[in-house]
Structure formats: C-alpha cells, structure tokens
Design a protein around this ligand. Structure first.
Ligand SMILES: [Zn+2]
Ligand SMILES: [Zn+2]
Length: 243
C-alpha cells in the first residue's frame, strides 16, 4: 500500500464562478506543484473539461478523476466521481437533461469555458450550470452507480448547499460511505453532533475556484491505495469508516 495525497473537489473555468485562470492545465500543474498525487475535477453540473484535465494530468504525472458537483433538486451539493471520462460525461448528460433551460449570462455569472489540455478555448457552455438539477439526493447515488461512479455529500459543514443546512441531520438512511468536510470544518465535532456520521469516512477538500485556493494537502487528505488508479480511489471511497 502506498500513501497518496488528494483533493477531490476542484473547479475549472467551466464553472461560471471558477476563475478563468483555472484552465485544466493550470489547475493540474498547480496541484502537482503543491504535492497532490490525486485530484478530481468537479465543475457544477458538468464534466465538460474532464477529458482535458485527465490529459493534462498524464503530462504532469498526477492522477485526475473525472467528476462533477451535482446540485440536487433539494439544492444540496454532491461530489460525483467516476473512473473514466466517458462515464462522467454519460452521467453529466443525465444531469443536463434535468437542468432548467436557463441560458448563462456571462456578464452576470461569468463565462463557462470549455478548454483543451493546453490553454486553448474550445467553446462556451451556453446553459447556466449553477442551477438545481431535477435529480434528488435519494436518486443520485444509484444514478451515479449506473455509470460506475460514486456520489457523496459535499462540504456538509457549510451553511448553504449542504446536506446538514438542508436537513438539519445527516441522512443515515441513504448510507453514504463517505462525506466531504470543508478545510475549515471540524470532523470530530461533526461526528459528536451527528451520530449518523459514525461509520462515514469524512474527507477534506479545497473546493477551489481560484488557483490560489488550491492548497497543500492536510492530514485528512491522505489515502492508502494498492495502486494509483481511479478504480482504486473509488473503491477506497466506497469502503466507508474513519480515514
Ligand atoms: Zn458546492
Ligand atoms: Zn464546489
């Protein structure tokens, strides 16, 4: 087993709120520079830049998992991760079908840039990506599993767009093996306050939207794997328990 540092929640310039400097190449190289071994690209409701990020990762020697940050019908954010770009894109197509037909207003929300693995712009996503999808938190895990992926609650300690801010309690009946806590959050305090988190692996992530928000890994951002592959990461996440 080898210890790997990770950050499984990063946004690129395809997220309207993501800085335009967050090109796949830039964010991958910044993560590599900071000593991260494994990252995931999780733009809001889209996997459009994942293929380019994976390619940039291959050049930088860092493993990039394709994924997205789903906004559920309840306005809860969920990190959804997959082994391959094809799987992530298939899931993203389901998400897109359920988004309200609201066009992005780049002057208000920011551009949604599709990029290649260099710094070339391929186009702009016209549909506004930061709206709530039609997929409920109850249905999201099975839908992600149908594409070979895993789906778990993002930044559960946050005051908005989180499972705890929406429900007040952690939904133990949904049996999430893992949940994400913000870097400023306190996993021990959360476990003490929410008994349903007892068997849930709590992981840290930066949720970076700007290059300067990608930070060196903390103690809670290390996983032990037999090999550095996306499949091994998904297996580790699916095991649950304390890190
Ligand atoms: Zn979020
Ligand atoms: Zn996010």
């Amino acid at each position: 087993m080898v210890r790997y540092t990770y950050d499984l929640h990063l946004h690129s310039c395809l997220s309207p709120c993501g800085d335009e400097d967050m090109t796949p190449a830039n964010l991958v190289n910044m993560a590599a520079l900071l000593g991260l071994d494994i990252i995931a690209l999780t733009d809001h409701n889209t996997a459009g830049n994942c293929r380019s990020a994976i390619r940039a990762g291959e050049q930088a020697g860092i493993l990039v998992l394709p994924g997205l940050e789903l906004c559920t019908a309840e306005e809860i954010h969920m990190v959804c991760l997959f082994s391959t770009a094809e799987q992530a894109e298939g899931f993203a197509r389901e998400v897109h079908k359920s988004l309200p037909p609201i066009q992005n207003r780049p002057d208000i929300y920011g551009r949604q840039l599709l990029m290649d693995a260099g710094d070339g712009i391929l186009g702009e996503e016209p549909l506004l990506l930061v709206t709530a999808s039609g997929i409920s938190i109850d249905d999201a895990p099975a839908l992600a599993a149908g594409y070979g992926g895993i789906c778990y609650p993002a930044h559960i300690d946050r005051a908005s767009f989180s499972v705890l801010s929406s429900f007040g309690v952690f939904p133990g009946h949904l049996q999430f093996p893992v949940a994400e806590v913000s870097r400023s959050g306190n996993p021990s305090a959360l476990r003490a306050a929410h008994p349903a988190l007892k068997q849930v692996r709590l992981i840290g992530a930066s949720d970076a939207h700007y290059l300067e928000d990608i930070l060196p890994p903390q103690a809670g951002q290390v996983m032990e794997l037999p090999e550095r592959t996306a499949a091994a990461v998904l297996h580790w996440l699916g095991q649950g328990g304390k890190p």
